[in-house]
Design a protein around this ligand. Structure first.
Ligand SMILES: Nc1ncnc2c1ncn2[C@@H]1O[C@H](COP(=O)(O)OP(=O)(O)OP(=O)(O)O)[C@@H](O)[C@H]1O
Ligand SMILES: [Mg+2]
Length: 186
């Protein structure tokens, strides 16, 4: 199964995948494709966007490369990155974090301006990635990471994957339970 692990920057995607990579028990279940890494290292972009201070992904090249990397899987694959929901996958898991918690997490990043933190917290409050994901797939699940540690998030990812493999819907992770709309800051 190919899983897109997406979410607003700061929701914990890389932390979760770090735990999976470090732990042999989890490493045997999933191989990880780090989208940000391949975009930069393999030049799958059309340059830098100065305003957002990030690379502009070349989706045609990125999709072609991800299809190559996922063509012969020996285990489940997690495509990790905040653009992963735009790529072909069997299901999408959206990591979520309360906008106040997210502001705190992103506030620790030296390279994140006040403006960038606010934009991301607002995107989270407005469910931007969840909406984009739901427009592309009917197999979308979300994990609220606000009050659980990253290991618990890993276990939730495994629960979702195993449920789907058994043909069951992991009801507890269906989207629609979070409502942070009042936390949008103008
Ligand atoms: N479940 C969690 N609870 C509390 N803090 C967390 C949790 N998961 C990650 N963090 C912290 O949040 C910060 C952001 O995590 P991380 O870099 O994994 O996010 P990301 O989703 O990969 O972001 P980006 O899209 O920018 O790469 C880190 O400081 C990390 O330690
Ligand atoms: Mg990351």
């Amino acid at each position: 199964m190919i899983i897109a692990l997406t979410g607003t920057p700061g929701t914990g995607k890389t932390t979760v995948c770090g735990i999976i990579k470090e732990n042999s028990q989890y490493r045997g279940l999933y191989s990880i494709i780090d989208l940000n890494k391949i975009i930069i290292e393999e030049g799958l972009h059309s340059g830098r966007d100065e305003e957002s201070d990030s690379y502009i992904a070349d989706f045609e090249k990125l999709e072609k490369r991800v299809k190559e990397l996922t063509s012969n899987p020996d285990r489940n694959i997690i495509i990790e990155g905040h653009l992963s929901h735009f790529l072909p996958a069997d299901s999408i898991i959206v990591l979520r974090a309360h906008p106040v918690a997210l502001r705190k997490r992103l506030g620790r990043r030296k390279d994140y301006s006040f403006k960038k933190i606010k934009e991301n917290a607002n995107a989270e409050a407005l469910d931007v990635i969840l909406v984009e994901s739901s427009e592309r797939s009917d197999k979308v699940f979300e994990i609220d990471t606000t009050n659980i540690n990253a290991l618990a998030v890993v276990k939730s990812v495994i629960f979702i994957t195993e449920s789907l493999e058994k043909g069951k819907i992991p009801e507890g992770f269906l989207p629609g339970k979070l409502n942070w709309i009042d936390l949008v800051e103008l």
